[in-house]
Design a protein around this ligand. Structure first.
Ligand code: SF4
Ligand code: SF4
Length: 91
């Protein structure tokens, strides 16, 4: 995975249109069945080449909701990424 949306997501939709590669889906399209937004790990590029920091996390109003997960083989990896489970944006 790249970044992951955790269960503190409040389904506010602030992130979805910020993603440059349309990697985010809402709760209705979440393939895990959870009632929260979801990031497709094989689509997320960690915003490399688009933004200095992941745009989804910058837009998210919920502290620590979007976290780093393991990098996906073959996908871009942010130079500034933290360890799995760390918030992408530290408030
Ligand atoms: S980090 Fe960037 S590419 Fe990945 S889901 Fe968030 S906005 Fe999309
Ligand atoms: S911006 Fe944050 S709280 Fe809002 S839908 Fe996206 S992940 Fe969930």
């Amino acid at each position: 995975m790249a970044v992951i949306i955790t269960d503190t997501c409040i389904n506010c939709a602030a992130c979805i249109d910020e993603c440059p590669v349309e990697a985010i889906v809402d709760e209705d399209d979440n393939p895990t069945g959870e009632e929260i937004y979801y990031v497709y790990p094989d689509k997320c590029v960690e915003c490399v080449g688009y933004h200095d920091v992941p745009a989804c996390a910058e837009a998210c109003p919920t502290e620590g909701c979007i976290q780093w997960d393991d990098p996906v083989e073959g996908m871009p990896v942010s130079e500034n990424r933290g360890a799995k489970g760390e918030p992408v944006i530290e408030d």
